[in-house]
Design a protein. Structure first.
Length: 733
């Protein structure tokens, strides 16, 4: 398991070798493994800087490095490692650091110190061959002993996987996930089909799998690689919201992805590979016209066909218009609600339609209409269920209707054991009517699962703002339904007087009309802080959070949410997260865990990056880190409705959330929304992005940046048309 220890630097031709204990890792790039570490090398008074490519180094590991010395013009002498192997720690201090580094679940610094104090230099031999003797250590109970023995055995098995993958540029986090997914078959699975990694393991993309494949000898123009590229092109399209790709576009994207454009007849070979995938039912080909073929993931094709069939079967209910009007008159008198003509039309339409859409911008009274429709349905003797894609949106829906509302996933009762919803066509929801709020967030897959769980006789009201950004996932369900004449809809456009007093509301509607928002630095709930340079924008955001918000009665850590057009760049979410973490939650005495460039600390605000049905958390869920257990290697996050424990190996699913993209903010409201606007964001600047970001702010919106960037966003009406066929299918029902 360990190599023999070399106690001093030795020479081997032009290559030298040093052995030492890793004191700290100052930099690690998980993408390419490039690492800078400070190592305590025997015979050297000062720590030695070692640079090289490593899967991952842990403080406390004793390593033997091969390489050469180099004088860096700024940082001085460095040892550039071209090879390395782990060796058995040679000192008691080294053993303590090694065991307490987080390498073995169940052993943190305190437990490591106790174990090494008891067994001395024989510690590792005892753990490996006589694990039960750990019970001799004071303070180490039977449960922890079993945990350590199991973890040590897993480490031995994982090390084989690590050694195999290390030469293929796979970092430790990914290697652990590969082992968790495939177990003892990990190496065999990787060797037989490395491209399967990208499909089976979240966090391992096509490029990583492709690098492994090529290192294993897969030819760059092999049939296996061509097919994998086509499948990945389809998967990438779903990340951009598309449900399918036209055949020529899929081939073009695969060609660019695989970088094989110079190969002769490559397009024909890719077409042949696509035909093989169709025959193997890995791709669904659908002829749209005589000359156009759509290429689908089979599951998405089935979802869209089924959703269109379900919605297309909707019709009308026979209701007494006179009775509805009479009830509405009594209700509005009792509640002192005054409905506009379009609001009145929406309520009356909802009484008799199986499926209906209610859409409109801020301040147009969607909430009031929803409340009245729910009351009407109840008066008609209907059992009504309420749901929304996010927990916070469900809470708002419950508050305005006075009835329990759930997230759609909770409503459908997701079962992690079967990885499916308990509520479906065979076990439908117990209801006569359903209200779905924030419907613009619903993607194709969720829309399909929702509709098949609603009884065929139940009424459905979709509520949402069609001018917001579409769903993060594939499809544009609300937009497609709005464009379909077959689905009844009411669009509220009148802004009520009370809402019109809000500059947030009036500016949102100005933006939607293609007009510049009214910008001022004070005296309004929609502020503009002008700053020309990206670094100045960052500084103005910090100043606003730390100084301005408290002066206006807001809490910096709890009330402010930065909403960025992009993740990249100086004023992107990634960089702002690092800056704001140091501003709002600097490293003091709280626990911290490092993952590459990211640091997670107790008290940090975080966001979930993918649907994790095992843990019951979903893409876009916001939470706060409550605890970090270095012994158990777990991180605990408090989300809106629950507390979730993450294994350190799964931290790639989390990101800091002091700043998030506007896209990820959908369905949420924040007391204060801060939106950086700079021409650096040009690729993403658009009218509906600015509109969506602005309408996420409930009490105060702050735009920080340049008027030019705001003007560009207002003027750019980007075509949000995605490759979907839901509207066409509905028209043909």
């Amino acid at each position: 398991m360990f190599a023999a220890v070399a106690e001093q630097k030795v020479e081997a031709g032009n290559t030298e070798a040093i052995t030492g204990t890793v004191e700290r890792v100052t930099y690690h790039n998980p993408q390419n493994g490039y690492t800078i570490a400070r190592v305590n090398v025997r015979g050297y008074e000062d720590l030695t800087t070692v640079v090289g490519s490593f899967a991952q180094l842990q403080p406390g590991q004793t390593m033997r490095f091969w390489g050469f010395w180099k004088e860096h013009p700024q940082y001085g002498s460095q040892f550039v490692a071209s090879g390395h192997e782990e060796t058995r720690p040679a000192t008691l201090n080294g053993l303590e650091k090694y065991l307490g580094s987080g390498l073995i679940k169940g052993v943190g610094p305190v437990t490591a110190k106790r174990i090494v104090a008891h067994f001395g230099l024989e510690t590792l031999e005892v753990i490996e061959t006589q694990g039960n003797r750990l019970r001799e250590v004071p303070g180490v109970g039977s449960y922890r002993v079993e945990l350590i023995i199991k973890a040590w055995d897993e480490q031995k098995a994982i090390k084989e996987v690590m050694l195999f993958l290390q030469s293929h540029q796979v970092n430790t986090t990914h290697a652990v996930k590969i082992f968790k997914t495939y177990g003892d078959e990990a190496i065999q699975k990787v060797q037989s089909n490395p491209y399967q990694l990208a499909q089976d393991i979240w966090g391992i993309g096509f490029r990583t799998a492709d690098q492994i494949a090529q290192n294993l000898g897969v030819a760059v123009d092999s049939e296996e690689r061509l097919q994998a590229g086509l499948i990945y092109a389809l998967q990438s399209a779903t990340e951009d919201g598309h449900c399918y790709l036209p055949l020529p576009e899929m081939i073009l994207q695969a060609t660019e992805l695989l970088q094989i454009g110079e190969f002769p007849d490559i397009h024909e070979r890719l077409k042949a590979a696509a035909r093989s995938l169709v025959r193997g039912e890995q791709i669904k080909a659908e002829r749209i016209t005589d000359t156009e073929v759509a290429c689908w993931s089979p599951s998405l094709w089935q979802c869209e066909v089924a959703l269109a069939r379900t919605l297309g079967a909707a019709g009308e209910f026979l209701v007494s218009t006179e009775r509805v009007e009479a009830w509405l008159g009594r209700y509005t008198t009792q509640t002192q609600i005054q409905l506009s003509a379009e609001q009145h039309q929406a309520v009356c339409m909802a009484a008799g339609q199986r499926v209906m859409i209610l859409t409109g911008g801020p301040g147009t009274g969607k909430t009031t209409v929803t409340r009245v429709i729910v009351a009407l349905w109840k008066a008609m003797g209907r059992t009504v269920l309420l749901a929304s894609p996010t927990g916070r949106a469900a809470q708002r829906l419950a508050e305005v209707t006075g009835q329990e509302a759930k997230t759609i996933h909770r409503l459908l009762e997701f079962d992690p054991r079967t990885m499916g919803f308990k509520r479906n066509a065979d076990n439908p929801l117990p209801c006569d009517a359903v209200v779905i709020d924030e419907s613009s967030m619903i993607d194709l897959v969720l829309g399909h699962n929702l509709m098949k769980a609603i009884p065929p006789t139940a009424q459905i009201l979709f509520v949402g703002d069609q001018d917001q950004l579409p769903s993060v996932g594939p499809g544009n369900v609300l937009g497609d339904l709005v464009r379909t004449p077959k689905i009844p809809k009411v669009r509220l456009q009148q802004v009520f007087r009370q809402a019109a007093q809000s500059r947030i509301v009036t500016n949102a509607h100005r933006i939607n009309r293609g007009e510049m928002p009214e910008l001022s630095a004070s005296g309004t709930d929609c502020l503009f802080l002008e700053a020309d340079e990206p670094t100045t924008i960052v500084a103005r955001i910090q100043e606003a959070i730390v100084t301005l918000l408290p002066s206006l009665g807001f809490t910096p850590h709890g009330d402010a949410q930065v909403l960025c057009p992009m993740n990249r760049g100086i004023v992107g979410a990634n960089h702002l997260n690092s800056v704001l973490q140091e501003t709002l939650n600097p490293q003091t005495n709280q626990k911290q865990v490092e993952r590459g460039k990211r640091h997670f600390r107790s008290g940090d605000r975080v966001i979930q990056l993918r649907n994790n049905y095992d843990l019951g958390v979903f893409n876009g869920d916001l939470g706060t880190i409550r605890d970090i257990d270095l012994e158990e290697q777990k991180l605990q996050v408090q989300f809106f409705e629950k507390t979730v424990d993450y294994d350190f190996a799964d931290l790639g699913e989390l990101s800091l959330a002091y700043a998030i993209s506007v896209h990820r903010s959908q369905g949420s409201e924040y007391p204060v929304g801060i939106i950086p606007m700079h021409t650096q964001h040009f690729p993403m600047l658009s009218r509906n992005l600015l509109y969506t970001g602005l309408t996420r702010a409930k009490k105060l919106a702050i735009l920080v940046g340049t008027r030019k960037a705001i003007r560009i966003a207002v003027q750019q009406v980007k075509d949000m048309q995605r490759y979907t066929r839901l509207s066409e299918r509905l028209l043909n029902q």
